[in-house]
Design a protein around this ligand. Sequence first.
Ligand SMILES: NC(=O)c1ccc[n+]([C@@H]2O[C@H](COP(=O)([O-])OP(=O)(O)OC[C@H]3O[C@@H](n4cnc5c(N)ncnc54)[C@H](OP(=O)(O)O)[C@@H]3O)[C@@H](O)[C@H]2O)c1
Length: 446
Amino acid sequence: MERIRDAILAGASGEELARLPLPEQYRAAVVLKEESSMFEGLASEDKDPRRSLHVQEVAVPELAPDEAYVAVMASAINFNTVWTSIFEPLPTFGFLERLGRESRWGARHDLAYHVVGSDASGVVLRVGSAVRRWKPGDRVVIHCNYVDDQDPSAHDDSMLASNQRIWGFESNFGGLAELTLVKANQLMPKPTHLSWEEAAVNALCNSTAYRMLVSRNGARMKQGDVVLVWGATGGLGGYAVQYVLNGGGIPVGVVSSADKVKLLHELGVERVIDRKEAGYRFWADEHTQDESEWRRLGRDVRALAGDDPDIVFEHPGRSTMGASVFVAKRGGTVVTCAATTGYMIEYDNRHLWMKLKTIKSSHFANYKEAWEANRLVDLGAIQPILSTVFPLEKVGEAAYQVHHNLHEGKIGVLCLAPSEGLGVEDPEKRARIGEDRIGVFRRHGA
Ligand SMILES: NC(=O)c1ccc[n+]([C@@H]2O[C@H](COP(=O)([O-])OP(=O)(O)OC[C@H]3O[C@@H](n4cnc5c(N)ncnc54)[C@H](OP(=O)(O)O)[C@@H]3O)[C@@H](O)[C@H]2O)c1
């Protein structure tokens, strides 16, 4: 992999890269099947990704006709890597076993190790015989919707495909590695003004936020909508507030520190609630919610935005869903894609049906949505929210930080890229978009 990395850094052509031999092994961040029960009996917060994530050599898998090998220059931590590394809600080896039963090609994934990671930027090294759109040398980012496009159920909205999976979570050979194996229909052009690590952090969270707010499959935000965004400087929230601002909506960001309030102001989000300072206690105890606290949040949102939220951008789950359903406007939408704090949700259904509210579910994005979201990054309309960068060897620490909410935006991981700042192809475009806009989270993280 070193020869390949050096060739990429030296600007080798696609033909030159195609001629370089592929190694038999590469370095990758893995969890091990034999360690699946290592955290049994511990509370979630005590399950430590630094113990379960290992960086080791793994074998290069065989290439299927519709796939590509990509040399990974940089990757990112997503919350799904936290889930995998703490083996919650289930060890991901069950996903790999199921994929393994599907076909000869699926069987490659069912291994005693799981290479994790669902984001990456890099360079195509080889393509399978059925790949038409991509070739060695192409600089790409990778989205994580892994679908078998020979299944008819994948041909309306591919997120409805019966065999839809998330690459690097429900499939093996993910992005936190020097090399990855992906379907050609996961590839998208790398935004030319970004470094490898800035380009690597966007696809998963950016595409998810796009579908939730902009696409016809989500809440279909319109100009003037008040949008309450939980975790507004987190991985999803940092893109969500940008979509609300771009689309002429009125974001109300919720965060948990004065520092994050400052960051949101820098992003142009004027209306911000510090939930720590406000001290909301939506749950009086483990089993009982306190409606008066939902009302207090509702009053705070009205005081800031002059109205109730047309849309609530939900992902914390159990801790906030009761409040989210309550504060949404009559006829409004709670759009949800996750449940970080617990998936057994409770809300008062009277507030939902009597006020004709909708709970809209969303999950990642189809290829078209991911492509549109990536195009907006390439146009400089959506900025990367990279705040910190770790080397691949420190992937456990990086996942630990996300697990314990110690980060802002996205944490990038350098895989083959030896240092930050490499890979910018169009410095003039970068200057046009503006270093100050591109680097808001990075400056803050530093
Ligand atoms: N379905 C999908 O396709 C999809 C895609 C991406 C992510 N997800 C899921 O979405 C969730 C969030 O992902 P992410 O990347 O945004 O994670 P993240 O970077 O950790 O951000 C989550 C934010 O949620 C806020 N938060 C945490 N606990 C909270 C609580 N009890 N009440 C209110 N806010 C709380 C935190 O902000 P403050 O502390 O500042 O309030 C944090 O910044 C994860 O569960 C992830 O697995 C799903």
